[in-house]
Design a protein around this ligand. Structure first.
Ligand code: PML
Length: 242
């Protein structure tokens, strides 16, 4: 049987006032026999998105060697119910402290710098230095998917996709946490994730209708370790057992 795997990445955007406006993006790692179905599902997702009609849809398909793929268990999930975004933010600060990060207010303030970025900020939590080579783009954690990918992918599943991404990110030894607020105006649940504390969903981190969202990967280590971390986040192929 042919065991070839393929990475499939979809990105849909529209030009608005001369600028590329992101509409939808997704990525999968699938066996060759699923390629056709997945591509159709991702195309469907790109064409029918709440953010409007795309005028550029990019589907990138790359062969991936089985030996290059790490398989890991998903982070354990817990949920923290809060009533307001302010309460959610306090919870985030508490989780940062639990993870041995003292300057939580300074770090939370950095979330605003992620608004509108395609990728995440990679932040040295001790020096507050941003480690991405390109600050406009940030770091994109890519090449990951769920191990059993038999479900329908035509609709975005915020939780599942975020858990897969967070699991990949938390598996680098120098990442001590991740903060995420969705940029979907209708999705107010965000999370803190780390190898130590697991994936902690926080049910409200912003007001409904607000398009601001982004991610910060919290890094502790040396310059050489930062280069290795960026390579891991952007290049390591990973399947996550959920
Ligand atoms: C995103 O929009 O990509 C971020 C999704 C955060 C998901 C939080 C959750 O439901 O656990």
């Amino acid at each position: 049987m042919n065991k070839d795997l393929y990475s499939v990445k979809m990105r849909a955007s529209r030009k608005e006032n001369g600028r590329d406006q992101h509409i939808s993006g997704a990525e999968k790692i699938v066996m060759e026999d699923k390629l056709d179905t997945i591509c159709r599902q991702l195309l469907e997702r790109a064409l029918h998105h709440a953010k409007g009609r795309a005028d550029l849809i990019n589907l990138k398909i790359e062969k991936v060697s089985q030996e290059d793929v790490m398989v890991v268990d998903a982070l354990p999930v817990s949920t923290c119910e809060v009533n307001t975004a302010a309460e959610g933010r306090l919870k985030l600060a508490e989780l940062l402290k639990k993870s041995g990060i003292g300057n939580s207010e300074q770090i939370l303030a950095k979330m605003e710098d992620t608004w509108g970025m395609r990728g995440a900020i990679l932040l040295n939590v001790d020096t507050m230095e941003r480690l991405e080579p390109n600050h406009d783009r940030g770091i994109r954690a890519t090449y990951m998917d769920v191990e059993d990918n038999s479900d329908d992918r035509s609709q975005k599943n915020h939780f599942k996709e975020a858990l897969i991404l967070a699991t990949k990110v938390a598996n680098h030894k120098n990442i001590i946490g991740e903060l995420c607020i969705s940029d979907d105006p209708d999705y107010v649940t965000g999370y803190f994730a780390s190898k130590e504390l697991g994936y902690v969903r926080i049910t409200k981190l912003k007001e409904g209708g607000c398009p601001d969202g982004g991610r910060i990967f919290l890094f502790r280590g040396s310059t050489e370790e930062a280069a290795d971390c960026i390579h891991f986040l952007e290049q390591q192929k990973m399947l996550v057992r959920i």
